[in-house]
Design a protein around this ligand. Sequence first.
Ligand code: TXA
Ligand code: MG
Length: 317
Amino acid sequence: MIELATSESVARAAALIRSGGVVAFPTETVYGLGADATNAAAVAQIFAIKARPSFDPLIVHIEGAAMLDAVAAQVPDPARALLAAFWPGPLTVVLPKSVAIPDIVTAGLPSVAVRQPDHPVARALLRAAGRPIAAPSANPFGYVSPTSAAHVDAQLGARVPLILDGGPCRVGIESTIISFIGATPALLRPGGIGLEDIERVIGTVHLAADAPLPSAPGQLPSHYAPRTPLELVAQLADIPAAARTAAALLLPRPDPAAVGFACVEVLSDDGDLTVVAANLFAALRRLDAAGYTRLFALPVAEVGLGRAIMDRLRRAS
Ligand code: TXA
Ligand code: MG
């Protein structure tokens, strides 16, 4: 059931978490499906509700330095520098895990992904629960992540007792994941913080593809995908008129040449990547539900948030 996030509903959600239950809650990136990260049985419910394969580890959400030290066995200096710069915020760091985190959370890996979210409701929930909260995005495995409480309710509502509604997600795209397990920091998933901003703090970050690290299933080629086939095209001229009539088009900014489509969704007025990211998943869901035969999308430049946007569009296609 969806409930507006108030001090009363957050307190009830925290009690649910402490008693081994599952709660959906807003973060600044996407909505999460959370359980007490120190309770293996509680976390098992997340995998069941999402139909998530057990080999796909979860991100542990924390609030404050004490919780970080409780979940991570060790925090290397470059990781500390990154956290100081971007937490709370859309950054996840992979660190050696502590014994407090059961294997189900990390899919048996000796590492744990940790994030301090920047949403007042997520933070209030973490404080009230007093536990680290393991939470993947609150969507069925492989589908587009939810950026509103209604998105969560539409797909998982029947199986989630409480969905805290904290409004639409400000960032709208998942966190950037940086691993500190290998010899040098590695990017496991582009996300809400641009790689350029991260490299300004810790220097060169390797791309996971050329780093010898456990791959993040968020990197499976098909992920974040709508049911309707989506095609990423280089330019509008690549879409023949006949292919347009029953198709919907997703555009980063208005384009006068976007004619002949059954529907055109414009993600921003001026191509601002922050706005494009914030609107992307809701638009994908809307178009997916509307029953077009195909979806087309045009690219954005792969700088800053554009890297994450293009990553999600490729995996959606
Ligand atoms: O913005 C976000 O990160 C959102 C919100 C809810 O915080 N969460 C999210 O979680 O996107 P999820 O489960 O959809 O994606 C987490 C990714 C997965 O691809 C998983 O494989 C990777 O994090 N991951 C988790 N633990 C890991 C570890 N120990 N090593 C490598 N990758 C890990
Ligand atoms: Mg996910």
